[in-house]
Design a protein around this ligand. Structure first.
Ligand code: ADP
Length: 504
C-alpha cells in the first residue's frame, strides 16, 4: 500500500493492533489529501503518497525528518510567527484551513491548503499532530494582503518597463506610484514627492503650448480627477537647472468597480527633441520660402523689361510663346513659394487675419475679373444670391481659399467642362461651394487630401506639391469655418467651406 510509515519508531499502539494499522494504511492510501503524522518532537512518522507529491519530496526525505527543518526548506518559517506546519504542535491548538505557498526544492511554487490538529494522549500528554494538505488555487492560498502585494509587484514591474513617465495619484493627488522615467522627467526626488501637490506644480513651472502658466483647472491630472480623459496635451516644464522640457501628457481617472474615482494615472512623454526638430524644420521652411521670392521678383521685373523692349522693337509677336512659358513658370514657382510661406505661417501661429465684412457676389465677380490672365475664368460659372448676408473675412486669405479650390477644380477636370462657385445662407454664416465635373477623388484618398504634402496616387504627375488644400483648410479654420468635400471617382468633386456672418 502506498503509505510511508515508520513502524519501528512509534505507534507501539498500532504495532499492538495490526488490524488497526491496516485500516490506517488503507485510509491514508484512499485519501485525496496529503496526510502527515508528527510525533511529539515534530518528527514525521508517516506521510501518504499525496503528501509526498504536494511537498515535492520523496518519502526518504520526509520520514523521521523534523517538521521545523522541513518548514525552513519549504520556505517561510519565521521565529515571530510559527509556520502553519508547526503551529498545532507548538500551540496545542487546531489550525483551521490556512493557505500557504510552498517553495519546492525544484524551485516551483505551490499553493497548499493546510489543516492540522494536535494529538493528546492520557493526562494531556502531547502525542504529536496530524496534518492534512490539499492543493489550493492561487487565489485560495494567498491572503488578501499577499494578493494585494502580488498585484502591486506586477504593477511596479509593468510601469517600470514603460519608457514614458507614469505617475499614479490618489484623490488627494498624493503620488502612490511612479516609475524611474517619471522621477527623472519630472524631477520627483523622494523629497519632492512628499511636497503638497500645488507646491510640486509650482516647482515644475508647467506651461501650456502657448507659454502661459497652467492654472490648476487646466492641469491634466486634475482634469482627470474630475472625470476627463486626456490624450497628448502639450505642455512644457522647467527643470531646476533651467532646462526646458516639452511633454505630451495623457491622463485618465481610475474607477473602482462601483464607478467611483479613486485616483488618476498620468503619463508623460518627452517630446523635447521632436519639438526642436519641428522648430528647426519650420525655421528652415520660413527662410527658404522667403529667399525664393527674391530671385522670383528679379525674374518677374526683367521679364517685364524684356517684353517692353521687344514690343518697342516690334518683335514681341515672334517670341510670344516663349515669353508666356517663362511667365507661367514664374507664376507657378511664385505660387509654390507662397504655399511654403503660408504653411510656415499657419504652423508657427503667425497668421493674423484682417477681418472685414465682405459681400460675396461683388467680391467674387471682381476677383474673377482680376484673375482672367492667371486662371481660365471662362470655364467658371457663379451662382451667388445678391441678398446673402456679408461674411467676416480677410479678403486676401479668402482669395487664397477660392483660388486654391478653383485652380484644383480646373486642373482636375476636362478642358471644356465648367466649374461652379455657389453660395447659400447657412445657420451661422454662408456656405460656399466649388463644384467640378472632373475625375473625382477615390475613397482611399478622400480622408488624406487635406494632409500636408498629400497628393492622390493618380495625380503624382500633375503639377503641385500637395500643400494647397492643407493651407486652404488652415485658412478656413482660422476664420472659424469648416471645410469638407463630397467626391467620387468619375463623379466630380464639391468642396464646401463655411464663413461666419459679419457682425453688423
Ligand atoms: P496639389 O494640387 O498641389 O497636388 P492640393 O493640396 O491642392 O495639392 O490637393 C491635394 C490632392 O487632392 C491633389 O493632388 C489631388 O489628388 C486631390 N484633389 C484636390 N482637388 C481636387 C479636385 N477638384 N478633383 C480631384 N482631385 C482633387
Amino acid at each position: 500500500m502506498d503509505v510511508s510509515f515508520d513502524k519501528a519508531e512509534a505507534f507501539g499502539l498500532l504495532e499492538a493492533s495490526p488490524d488497526l494499522l491496516r485500516w490506517l494504511e488503507a485510509l491514508c492510501a484512499v485519501s485525496t489529501d496529503g496526510l502527515l503524522a508528527l510525533d511529539e518532537t515534530g518528527r514525521i512518522l508517516f506521510a501518504n503518497a499525496r503528501a509526498e507529491q504536494l511537498l515535492g519530496l520523496p518519502r526518504q526525505a520526509l520520514l523521521r525528518r523534523d517538521i521545523r527543518e522541513l518548514a525552513m526548506v519549504l520556505h517561510g518559517a519565521s521565529p515571530e510567527e510559527p509556520h502553519p506546519l508547526l503551529r498545532s504542535l507548538d500551540t496545542g491548538r487546531t489550525v483551521p484551513p490556512t493557505g500557504l505557498t510552498l517553495l519546492h526544492p525544484d524551485g516551483a511554487r505551490r499553493c497548499i491548503q493546510l489543516q492540522s490538529i494536535p494529538l493528546s494522549g492520557d493526562h494531556g500528554r502531547t502525542l504529536g499532530a496530524a496534518i492534512s494538505l490539499r492543493e489550493g488555487g492561487e487565489e485560495g492560498c494567498a491572503s488578501p494582503l499577499r494578493q494585494a502585494e502580488a498585484h502591486a509587484a506586477e504593477l511596479d514591474a509593468t510601469i517600470s518597463a514603460i519608457a514614458d513617465g507614469v505617475v499614479i495619484y490618489n484623490t488627494a493627488m498624493e503620488i502612490i506610484r511612479l516609475n524611474t522615467a517619471a522621477e527623472s522627467l519630472l524631477e520627483l526626488t523622494p523629497d519632492a514627492r512628499k511636497l503638497p501637490f500645488h507646491d510640486r506644480i509650482i516647482r515644475s513651472r508647467m506651461r501650456s503650448a502657448d507659454g502661459h502658466p497652467l492654472t490648476p483647472d487646466e492641469l491634466p491630472s486634475l482634469r482627470a480627477l474630475r472625470g476627463e480623459t486626456l490624450c497628448g496635451e502639450i505642455a512644457s516644464i522647467t527643470h531646476t537647472d533651467g532646462r526646458e522640457l516639452w511633454l505630451a501628457i495623457s491622463a485618465a481617472p481610475i474607477h473602482d468597480p462601483q464607478g467611483v474615482i479613486t485616483g488618476v494615472v498620468s503619463t508623460f512623454t518627452d517630446i523635447t527633441v521632436m519639438r526642436e526638430l519641428q522648430q528647426r524644420q519650420d525655421d528652415l521652411l520660413h527662410i527658404v520660402s522667403h529667399d525664393l521670392f527674391i530671385p522670383l521678383t528679379v525674374i518677374h521685373g526683367h521679364m517685364q523689361l524684356i517684353k517692353e523692349t521687344l514690343r518697342r522693337a516690334g518683335i514681341e509677336e515672334s517670341l510670344a510663346d516663349s515669353l508666356d512659358a517663362i511667365a507661367r513658370a514664374e507664376q507657378r514657382m511664385h505660387a509654390m513659394a507662397r504655399d511654403l510661406v503660408d504653411t510656415a505661417g499657419l504652423e508657427g501661429g503667425q497668421l493674423r487675419l484682417e477681418l472685414q465684412p465682405v459681400k460675396l457676389a461683388p467680391y467674387v465677380g471682381n476677383m474673377l475679373r482680376r484673375l482672367r490672365g492667371a486662371l481660365d475664368t471662362r470655364r467658371v460659372t457663379v451662382e451667388i444670391p445678391e441678398a446673402l448676408p456679408p461674411v467676416s473675412a480677410d479678403t486676401n486669405r479668402l482669395e487664397r481659399i477660392l483660388v486654391n479650390l478653383l485652380s484644383n477644380a480646373l486642373k482636375y477636370s476636362p478642358e471644356g467642362s465648367t466649374v461652379g462657385i455657389q453660395a447659400s445662407a447657412a445657420e451661422c454664416g454662408v456656405d460656399i461651394s466649388v463644384v467640378d465635373r472632373g475625375r473625382g477623388i477615390g475613397a482611399e484618398d478622400l480622408p488624406l487630401i487635406f494632409e500636408r504634402f498629400y497628393r492622390a496616387q493618380s495625380e503624382r504627375k500633375a503639377e503641385g506639391i500637395g500643400l494647397g488644400l492643407y493651407i486652404t483648410k488652415g485658412l478656413v479654420e482660422a476664420h472659424g469655418g469648416r471645410i469638407h468635400v463630397v467626391s467620387a471617382p468619375g463623379q466630380g468633386s464639391t468642396f464646401t467651406f463655411s464663413m461666419p456672418k459679419a457682425v453688423t
